[in-house]
Design a protein around this ligand. Structure first.
Ligand SMILES: Cc1cc2nc3c(=O)[nH]c(=O)nc-3n(C[C@H](O)[C@H](O)[C@H](O)COP(=O)(O)OP(=O)(O)OC[C@H]3O[C@@H](n4cnc5c(N)ncnc54)[C@H](O)[C@@H]3O)c2cc1C
Length: 721
C-alpha cells in the first residue's frame, strides 16, 4: 500500500511505521507526524478537516497540509476564500491576479492528481463570514491553516478564531482551529522578535543572532531553518457532492461584500459588471477558480510573461540548482539589473509570496549545492550577498513587520520610520483596528511633485533608465533588485523628494511578488527612512544604467521609441542633435503624454535637472535628519512637524514664478562628489564601489543580444498620426 506521503529521503520509511522521533536525512525531511500507510481511503472515524489555503499554494513542504493529514481525516476539504479585502481594499493589478489564479488552478490540478475527487474549492465570500457557515454546513471538526504574521492576516485570523469559538459553543461540540508554523519564512517572525528582545529586527546581524537562538524543533541545529516535510502522495476524499452543495443549503446566506471603496476600480478594463461574487460556489456551483473575466479584468491587461503555480516554481528552482556554478558564485551586487530573458536573478520572489515554492526548499537545495562544492574544493559566495543571505534579508523584514503590525507599513505611529517631510504625504484616519491608519489618499501639497510622481509611475520622466524600469514593472510585474534601488532612490531622496509611501503603493499595485514586509521594508531602506541612513549615496539615473549596459539593450527593449538611438545618447537622448533624432525616428520633446506617430515618435526631455534636484534632496534630508523625529513622535502625530519644517498647512504649495517646488538651494559641494554611480550599502554588501563584473551570470544570458527589442503592442501607444 502506498504511504500517504512521498518520502523525500534516500531511506524510505517502512510501511505502517508511525515515526516517534524526528529523524534527519541529507536533504531533509524529518517526519514530525505519524504516517499511516493504510489503504488510500478515508478514515471512517477521523475528523472532518477544513483546510484553508492562503499563502501556501503548494503541496510540497507544507506544514499545514502535513498536519491536516496526520489527523487521518474522514473528509478533507481544501478551500480558498475569495476575500474582498484583497479584491477591493489592497492594491492588486491584473498581472498579480493572473499569477494568483494560475497558481490556484495548478494547485487544484495537483490536488486532483492525488485524488480525482479532490480540487481547490474556491468559496466566493470573505473568510470571517464564510468559514463559520462552512463549518456548520459541512459539520467540520477541525479547521487547519498556516500561521501568517501580516498585520491584516493577524486581525483576520483572530476574528476567525473568535467566530469559530462562538460557533463551537452554539453547536455544543468542539470545533478545533489549528494554526501550524509559518511556511512562508525561514524562521517564525514572532520568534525572531522574541529572541531579539521583543524588538523589530533591523539589521542582518540582529536577524542572524535571533535565528541562532531558535530551535527548529526537528532535531536540527539552532539557527538552521527546519528541514522540508514530505509531499503527500494521496489525499482523502472531500464530502460527497450532495453534502458539499451549497446552493441547496437554505441556511447558507451568501454575503456579497461591499464593493466600495474599491482601490482597484481603475484597472479592471472590461466594460461589464463583476460576476465573481454572484454565487458562493461560482457560476456553475462547482467551486471553480475565479477567472479574470468574472472580475471584469481585461486579460489583455495581464501581460506578464511570468507564470504562476507550483510546477513552474519547482521547474525554475531545479534549473538554478542544476547550475551549480550559478548558485555557488551568486552575489547579488554582481547581478545585472539590465539583464532580461533571462534576468540575472532567480525571479522566484512571486513564488515565495504565494507559497508556490517553499522558502525552506530553496534554502536547503542551495545548501546542498554549497556542500557539494565545498567537498570539491570550490569556494561559495559569502553571506549576505549570496542566496541564503537574500532569504535572511526577507526574514529580517518579516521580523520587523511582526513586531510593529500595521504601523510598520506607514509613517505615522511607526517608531522605526525617521520622519522626513516629503511631498505627497499620506492622509490618515482613525480606524476600528487602530489609530492613524492610512486612508488610501494623499495630500497634494505641491503640484510639481504630483507631476513628477505621475511621470515616474507612467515611465515618462525623460530619463530612459528610469522609464525602462518602470515600464518593465508595469507590463511584466517584476524588476531586478538594483532596478528597484534606482527607481526608489529617484522617487524619494535622490530626485523627486516624494514620500516613499507613494512608491510603495505603486509597487503594491504592480509587483507580482508584492510582499508587504519586503516592499515596505525596502522602500524605507531606499528612502533612508529606516534600516539604512547613508542618504548621500544617490543613484544616478544616467551613470548607473550605463555602467551595467553601455549599449542600452534594456532601454531599447522597454522604451522602444529610442531603439534606433546611438549608444552615445541612449541614456541622454535629449543631447542628441535634432537631425539625428529625426533620422532615428523619435523627437525628444514634450512630457511624454503625446507619444507621436508611427513614423515619428516622441519621447520627453528630462523632467528636471537631476543634479539640481539631487542637491535639493540632500539639503532636505540633512534638515530632516537634524530634527531627529520618528513616526511615533507626538510632534509627528499632532502635525506640529509642519511648523518645524515650515511645511504648508494644506493645499498646494507653489513657487511664485513657475509653480515649481521651493527652489533647490545651491550646494557648496559638487554633484560629482556626491553622485555615486553605484551607491554603497556597505552594511550589507548590496552594492560595492567596484566595477560590476557579471560574475554570477546565468547560462544562456542574452544580454547584449540583438533579439532584445520588445514588441510593446498596445503598450506604448502611438497617439495622433
Ligand atoms: C523598493 C523595493 C521594493 C521591493 N519590494 C519587494 C516585494 O514587494 N516583494 C519581494 O519579495 N521583494 C521585494 N523587494 C526585494 C527584492 O528586490 C526582490 O525580492 C527581488 O528582486 C526578487 O527577485 P528574485 O526572486 O530574482 O531575487 P533573488 O536575487 O533571486 O533572491 C532570491 C530570493 O530572496 C528574496 N530576496 C532577495 N532580495 C531581497 C530583499 N532585498 N528583501 C527581501 N527579500 C529578498 C526573494 O524572496 C527572492 O526571491 C523590493 C526591493 C526594493 C528595493
Amino acid at each position: 500500500m502506498p504511504p500517504k506521503f512521498k518520502q523525500n529521503t534516500s531511506k524510505a520509511q517502512p510501511e505502517a511505521t508511525p515515526l516517534k522521533s524526528p529523524t534527519r536525512s541529507k536533504v531533509g525531511p524529518p517526519v514530525k507526524y505519524s504516517i499511516q500507510s493504510n489503504a488510500p481511503s478515508n478514515s471512517s472515524n477521523g475528523p472532518r478537516v477544513l483546510y484553508w489555503f492562503r499563502t501556501d499554494l503548494r503541496i510540497h513542504d507544507s506544514p499545514a497540509i502535513h498536519h491536516a493529514l496526520s489527523l487521518e481525516p474522514s473528509a478533507f476539504i481544501p478551500i480558498w476564500t475569495w476575500d474582498p479585502h484583497y479584491v477591493y481594499r489592497a492594491r492588486v493589478g491584473p498581472n498579480r491576479w493572473k499569477f494568483l489564479l494560475e497558481s490556484q488552478q495548478v494547485l487544484s490540478d495537483r490536488l486532483k492528481e492525488l485524488n480525482p475527487k479532490q480540487k481547490l474549492h474556491v468559496v466566493r465570500e470573505g473568510p470571517t463570514t464564510v468559514i463559520p457557515k462552512l463549518i456548520r454546513k459541512w459539520k467540520i471538526d477541525v479547521l487547519v491553516f498556516e500561521k501568517d504574521t501580516d498585520a491584516y492576516a493577524k486581525d483576520r485570523d483572530k476574528e476567525v478564531f473568535e467566530k469559530v469559538g462562538a460557533l463551537s459553543k452554539e453547536l455544543g461540540r468542539e470545533v478545533k482551529v489549528v494554526t501550524t508554523v509559518m511556511g512562508r519564512t525561514l524562521f517564525d517572525p514572532d520568534e525572531l522578535v522574541k529572541k531579539n528582545g521583543g524588538k523589530p529586527t533591523m539589521t542582518m546581524a540582529q536577524t542572524v543572532k535571533a535565528a541562532e537562538q531558535i530551535d527548529p524543533g526537528d532535531g536540527g541545529k539552532k539557527g538552521e531553518p527546519r528541514r522540508c516535510l514530505p509531499t503527500p502522495t494521496w489525499l482523502p476524499d472531500p464530502l460527497d457532492p450532495t453534502e458539499m452543495d451549497l446552493s441547496s443549503a437554505a441556511e447558507f446566506q451568501h454575503e456579497v461584500p461591499d464593493r466600495k471603496p474599491d482601490v482597484n476600480e481603475g484597472q479592471r478594463g472590461l466594460d461589464k459588471e463583476e460576476q465573481h461574487y454572484e454565487n458562493v460556489a461560482g457560476p456553475n456551483n462547482d467551486f471553480a477558480v475565479v477567472t479574470l473575466e468574472e472580475m471584469a479584468i481585461d486579460p489583455k491587461m495581464a501581460m506578464t510573461p511570468h507564470k504562476g503555480g507550483e510546477l513552474e516554481a519547482l521547474r525554475l528552482l531545479k534549473s538554478y540548482i542544476d547550475n551549480e556554478e550559478y548558485v555557488g558564485t551568486f552575489e547579488k551586487p554582481k547581478s545585472s539589473p539590465a539583464d532580461f530573458e533571462p534576468q540575472s536573478t532567480t525571479l522566484l520572489s512571486p513564488h515565495h509570496h504565494f507559497g508556490t515554492l517553499s522558502i525552506r526548499k530553496f534554502w536547503w537545495d542551495v545548501q546542498e549545492v554549497f556542500e557539494k562544492r565545498k567537498k570539491a574544493g570550490k569556494t561559495n559566495a559569502p553571506e549576505p550577498t549570496n542566496f541564503p543571505g537574500q532569504l535572511l534579508f526577507r526574514d529580517m523584514y518579516f521580523g520587523a513587520q511582526a513586531a510593529l503590525g500595521w504601523a510598520f507599513a506607514q509613517t505615522q505611529g511607526n517608531p522605526i520610520a525617521r520622519f522626513i517631510p516629503w511631498h505627497l504625504q499620506s492622509n490618515y484616519s482613525d480606524s476600528p483596528v487602530g489609530e492613524h491608519l492610512l486612508d488610501g489618499t494623499y495630500n497634494v501639497d505641491d503640484e510639481k511633485a504630483e507631476e513628477y510622481f505621475r511621470r515616474w509611475k507612467e515611465g515618462r520622466t525623460g530619463f530612459p533608465w528610469i522609464d525602462a524600469l518602470m515600464r518593465q514593472l508595469k507590463y511584466e510585474g517584476w524588476m531586478h533588485h538594483l532596478g528597484r534601488h534606482s527607481v526608489a532612490s529617484f522617487l524619494t531622496r535622490g530626485g523627486c523628494y516624494v514620500s516613499w509611501e507613494r512608491g510603495a503603493e505603486v509597487f503594491e499595485e504592480w509587483l507580482i511578488d508584492h510582499e508587504t514586509a519586503c516592499n515596505v521594508g525596502n522602500w524605507m531602506w531606499l528612502s533612508c527612512t529606516a534600516f539604512f541612513s547613508q542618504f548621500t549615496r544617490v543613484y544616478s539615473p544616467i551613470a548607473f544604467g550605463k555602467k551595467w549596459d553601455p549599449e542600452g539593450h534594456f532601454v531599447r527593449k522597454y522604451v522602444p521609441e529610442l531603439k534606433n538611438f546611438d549608444s552615445k545618447y541612449i541614456y541622454e537622448p535629449n543631447k542628441a542633435p535634432i537631425a539625428d533624432q529625426k533620422r532615428w525616428g523619435c523627437q525628444i520633446t514634450g512630457d511624454g503624454i503625446d507619444t507621436g506617430t508611427e513614423e515619428m515618435a516622441k519621447y520627453p526631455k528630462p523632467m528636471f535637472d537631476f543634479s539640481e534636484m539631487r542637491s535639493f534632496c540632500l539639503d532636505k534630508m540633512k534638515e530632516a535628519y537634524g530634527a531627529h523625529l520618528y513616526g511615533d513622535d507626538p510632534k509627528v502625530l499632532s502635525g506640529e512637524w509642519k511648523k518645524i519644517f515650515e511645511y504648508p498647512e494644506g493645499g498646494v504649495k507653489k513657487d511664485e514664478a513657475a509653480g515649481t517646488m521651493s527652489k533647490p538651494k545651491k550646494r557648496t559641494r559638487s554633484v560629482e562628489e556626491h553622485t555615486d554611480a553605484y551607491g554603497t550599502d556597505a552594511d550589507v554588501g548590496y552594492l560595492t564601489d567596484e566595477e560590476p563584473p557579471h560574475k554570477a551570470k546565468r547560462g544562456n544570458n542574452t544580454k547584449g543580444s540583438k533579439g532584445g527589442q520588445l514588441k510593446l503592442d498596445g503598450i506604448v501607444t502611438r497617439g495622433k498620426k
